[in-house]
Design a protein around this ligand. Sequence first.
Ligand code: ADP
Length: 497
Amino acid sequence: YSTAAALEDPIKPPVSVEYDKLLINGQFVDAASGKTFPTLDPRSGEVIAHVAEGDAEDVNRAVAAARKAFDEGPWPKMTAYERSKIMFRFADLVEKHNDEIAALETWDNGKPYEQSAQIEVPMFARLFRYYGGWADKIHGLTIPADGPHHVQTLHEPIGVAGQIIPWNFPLLMFAWKVGPALACGNTIVLKTAEQTPLSALLVANLLHEAGLPDGVLNIVSGFGPTAGAALCSHMDVDKLAFTGSTQTGKIVLELAAKSNLKPVTLELGGKSPFIVCEDADVDKAVELAHFALFFNQGQCCCAGSRTFVHEKVYDEFVEKAKALAMKRAVGDPFKPGMEQGPQIDQQQFRKILKYINSGVESGATLEAGGDRFGTKGYYVQPTVFSNVQDDMLIAKEEIFGPVQTVLKFKDSDEVIRRANNSPFGIAAGVFTQNLDTANTLMRALRVGTVWINCFYTFDAAIPFGGYKMSGVGREKGEYSLKNYLQVKAVVTPLKNP
Ligand code: ADP
């Protein structure tokens, strides 16, 4: 790469910012304090918009609105079919506004526009149709208990859900959280990430256009230690769902415990193994491993960030992985054909460059990249390290950037032991044509998802979540519904004949 090559001036996004306030009780309002914070364009570091900055007082207002909408209805009291129709109408509106939503997502986040427009916004609509489809299929059981009793369960919404989401997939994280909560009849206070507050406000407006009653979804933009912590500690929030770092996840759980013991689901960090076995077609393995790491600028909690390659194919793999990384199209995410845009912000950008330095210092071989890309914004060169050892920081900690670390292994037992030797357990990739190897690895890996000969296959119906310190609970699929439901057992004596 030519590190001196400046990127041309950022392309003007084909969208403008219409919504920059908090959403409370169906109204876009200023923060109680009147404060705002800037959200930045990761291509340049320039301000896109000043957004209302919510804090504890705004969280109080938002929770009160959600409480009222839950206790007095109409949302939980509406027929399930009415709720599902609103969710379907919303999905239609999202599709109608696909390009506008995608442009705002790319502007705020930096991900390639083609990825936003062709994958993420369509997936967002798909998720709402999936959950809209669940709304009228949620019901309890009748249970044959001992004794002359009639026993049934009611599956009731849990109440006011507090949801905190990160910046790497602002729209998809919105859908994973808001979709199941709405389907089950809950009301919501959502705190978006301070780096990416914009797309949630735009789609929330469409959700109201689709017929969502006021107060059912409230959005407080703002920072973690203020707005986020206030939501976690709130005595009138009945459930918390969080996606973010493991470190913050611990704080969230602690705040929930110290306040009202609200149940918490957590979707946290990872250091996922991607295992290339000796029988692998190396060209295909290189491509899939590349995708597993570099997709979304490497900013995925389940990125295949430990590439374990069998010693028999290691050298060939490294050569080809290096060549592929150097071919990756990095540049303005609004330019057609770009595969990689900038990292989210300066903090992440610096953190990634620090990890790259640490890799070099600890003796790994830098095969490709290793520096910023261009001179403006937060672009990082696609980077590949070979000769990586398990005890190096780059092999242990989540880098959350375009840095592939390639490790060598000899046999299945060894790679299972090393792959599992991590506090994380979110996902794993296995690349092999041997069914026995696939079955052995699939069962032995202590992770929430195993992708065999594929990666990032995210379907609305497939559950997702972590083992170990990668999280608590599952999102997506039928499994996600139980996060948003209470089970009430109802018992009635039967009159003896
Ligand atoms: P990242 O390192 O990816 O930014 P974080 O876990 O810090 O991950 O952020 C994920 C989300 O958690 C964001 O919405 C952020 O504002 C929020 N957050 C950060 N700190 C706290 C906190 N102390 N309490 C509640 N939420 C927080």
